[in-house]
Design a protein around this ligand. Structure first.
Ligand code: PMP
Length: 434
């Protein structure tokens, strides 16, 4: 293993200067999931360069990036074929007075790739896709009630944002919840909705922040389908985070459970802004009836990028690369945790790593661990599942493991003397305990 060129780094001068300026002109200094309020203290806020699985912060320090842009980085930042396709299209036409023929080609490519898809509609963000799917389901059924798994993230629109500040109760009046994998709870929620059930929306597995990931129970997935059918509601699968990362088609194809609508985003353009809803026969007419649009929804360059992503998904080699990167990381971490005698829990698919310590209710240990790993050049999250990508080589994972080795050594040396977690994290934990 090559030794690291540094031992500790922190938010540097350039990052600090940008944060100070941001505090003047950007409300709160930063907002949304990219604000570093929940991150370990030495996580940079601003970045200057990206390539493959590497990121350089505003101070020029480089990291192996396990966050992968919170999902969009599937094939590597600046993957040459995707970049070339987007660039070439940008030279010809991008945002114009109408879509290009690429839109039809892309819809055809998605229909060919996804077993239960007969049509596709495109938008920009995952929230656009989930919001559109909910509208289509209501249009298709003429009903109001939407069932979601408690605390599941489906985006930042009023109907589903996890922090409903500035949202009226009326905007969520017809949203109700069940617990993921809880058959009885789901049945009760469906019974309560009665004739008013428009849709059940859920993710292929449970991947919420500050929790272990949980696989879907196959019997539960089949029951969701059966209950939707029995009550005349639609089943929406939110694959915004999982799409094409765990399988080269739909995540539930292996279970034999076909959703009526599926939401895609994040990886679809490998970082170019594009998301989609695909669907089957039951929702086609309603999908054609809702008014959904946006100035940039028909732009051609992200569609060119997405077509190239679909081509690489069809070739298939990317999946083995990102999965083996995930397995190498998982095995390396397990070995280190055992050797240093720390009880580490790793959950979810290897390509979406998440690790936590047992006996760490206040999260001090995992926060310190990730903070030291970041300071040693591995960008990790203590609260959000991470993502491997196809640009990660064994040497990149070994570099991450060097950083985590330093983090384990730090934990051993500090023993119980761990700094408190950032105040917003403590507040979040207190709210979860209520
Ligand atoms: N659904 C899921 C499952 C997600 O993970 C996300 C984003 N993390 C969204 C929807 C919303 O996507 P976006 O941030 O692109 O609006």
């Amino acid at each position: 293993m090559a030794s690291l060129s540094r031992t500790t780094i922190g938010a540097g001068d350039a990052d600090r200067a940008l944060r100070d300026r941001a505090a003047q002109v950007i409300p709160g200094g930063m907002y949304g999931h990219m604000a570093t309020t929940l991150a370990p203290p030495r996580a940079p806020q601003f970045y200057a360069r990206a390539e493959g699985c590497r990121l350089w912060d505003a101070d020029g320090r480089d990291y192996v990036d396990l966050l992968s842009a919170y999902g969009p980085n599937l094939l590597g930042y600046g993957e040459p074929r995707v970049l070339a396709a987007a660039r070439a299209q940008m030279e010809v036409c991008d945002t114009t007075s109408g879509p290009s023929g690429l839109m039809v080609e892309l819809a055809e490519a998605m229909v060919a790739r996804i077993a239960d898809a007969q049509w596709a509609m495109f938008c920009k963000n995952g929230s656009d896709a989930t919001g559109m799917a909910v509208m289509i389901a209501r249009a298709a059924t003429g009903r109001r009630r939407i069932l979601t798994a408690r605390n599941s993230y489906h985006g930042a629109q009023p109907w589903c944002t996890p922090r409903p500040v500035g949202v009226l109760p009326e905007e969520r009046a017809h949203i109700a919840h069940f617990d993921y994998n809880d058959l009885e709870g789901l049945e009760a929620a469906v019974a309560d909705a009665g004739e008013d059930l428009a849709a059940i929306i859920l993710t292929p597995h449970r991947h919420e922040t500050f929790e272990d990931q949980v696989d879907v129970d196959a019997a539960f997935a089949r029951r969701v389908r059966a209950l939707a059918d029995r009550s005349g509601a639609l089943l929406i699968l939110d694959e915004v985070r999982t799409g094409f990362r765990l399988a080269a088609g739909g995540a539930w194809e292996g279970l034999g459970v076909a959703p009526d609508l599926t939401c895609w985003g994040k990886v679809l353009g490998n970082g170019q802004p594009i998301s989609a809803v695909t669907g089957g026969a039951r929702a086609r007419e309603a999908a054609g009836s809702v008014f959904v649009t946006g100035s940039f929804w028909f732009s051609a360059a992200p569609m060119a990028a997405a077509l190239e992503v679909m081509a690489q998904v069809a070739e298939g080699g990317y999946l083995a690369r990102l999965q083996s990167a995930g397995r190498r990381l998982r095995e390396g971490l397990a070995e280190q945790a055992g050797r240093h005698d720390f009880p580490l829990t790793q959950s979810g698919p290897a390509a979406m790593p998440l690790f936590r310590f047992e006996d760490d209710a206040d999260l001090r240990r995992i926060y310190r661990f990730c903070d030291v790993a970041i300071a040693n050049g591995a960008l990790l999250s203590p609260y959000h599942n991470m993502f491997t990508n196809a640009a990660m080589t064994p040497a990149d994972i070994d570099r991450v493991l060097e950083a985590t080795e330093a983090a384990f050594r730090d934990l051993r040396a500090r023993n119980a003397d761990l700094p408190p977690v950032p105040a917003p994290v403590a507040a979040r934990l207190a709210a979860m305990a209520r």
